[in-house]
Design a protein around this ligand. Structure first.
Ligand SMILES: C[S@@+](CC[C@H](N)C(=O)[O-])C[C@H]1O[C@@H](n2cnc3c(N)ncnc32)[C@H](O)[C@@H]1O
Length: 237
């Protein structure tokens, strides 16, 4: 993969620095971020995705992974992106930045205190507010079956269930991405049950693995080497 370190994400050293940077810019999302920092008791440094136009959007991924994931997505070149769990929309913006113009992006989240600033996104990006896990969402299932080459990115409350509920409907050539792979998508039952605080059963894990059996790992070694917790797979059968 080329140009992995093309864009440098700044390190955010202190709350005040964060806040200053944040307030300098304009837009609703900033208020959300400041409120978020307050609720976190100002203790932790928080991460941002800096869009290609320079907007700063709160995003919960490891430092340095954005250009890496961006380039991976750009190389894959999906025409449809389905993102499960968008929070402030940081990854949604990354997908918009690294896909060809006009690529449709549908991002889903249940209603919560977090909210993206929709004015930062093009008309091709649609935010949907819905619970993804109670029952499979019919519209999303039909998007998974769509003929366009697609990326299904799972970063919602329960990746094991998401990969199963929605990943099973993808076509050969489509890609699944999942954040927090080592924590949540792991082949050791006991470790997995423990790490997901018993929110899943063995059957859930078997279901997920039965879906991934038709997929091939994509760049896992590189992700591992870089210490990033995302993993991607491409459907091969
Ligand atoms: C880890 S965050 C997503 C982070 C985002 N992808 C990013 O990188 O900034 C997970 C999101 O999933 C949402 N979520 C959790 N359970 C959900 C459910 N059952 N249906 C829809 N959204 C859910 C939460 O509200 C939260 O915003």
């Amino acid at each position: 993969m080329a140009n992995v370190d093309k864009i440098k994400q700044p390190q955010y050293e202190s709350y005040m620095e964060n806040c200053k940077e944040y307030l300098d810019d304009e837009g609703v999302i900033h208020e959300h971020y400041v409120r978020f920092l307050h609720t976190q008791n100002m203790k932790k440094d928080r991460k941002l995705y800096i869009s290609k136009k320079g907007h700063k959007i709160k995003c919960i991924h490891e430092d340095g992974c954005y250009p890496f994931i961006g380039n991976l997505v750009q190389d894959f070149n999906p025409r449809l992106v389905l993102e499960l769990g968008f929070s402030w929309g940081g990854m949604t913006k990354l997908f918009e930045d690294y896909t060809k113009m006009g690529t449709e992006i549908h991002a889903y989240n249940k209603s919560c205190g977090r909210k993206p600033s929709e004015r930062l996104f093009g008309k091709n990006v649609k935010f949907h507010w819905a619970d993804l896990l109670k029952v499979p969402l019919a519209r999303l299932v039909s998007l998974c079956k769509d003929q366009r080459k697609k990326l299904l990115y799972c970063d919602n409350g329960n990746k094991i269930k998401e990969v199963y509920m929605y990943g099973q409907h993808l076509n050969v050539g489509d890609m699944i991405g999942a954040h927090d792979y080592p924590k949540e998508i792991y082949h050791d039952y006991n470790l997995l049950l423990e790490k997901t605080k018993n929110r899943n059963t063995r059957e859930d894990i078997d279901n997920m693995n039965s879906v991934l059996a038709d997929f091939e790992p994509h760049e896992h070694d590189l992700m591992l080497e870089k210490g990033f917790s995302d993993r991607f797979w491409i459907k091969i059968k």
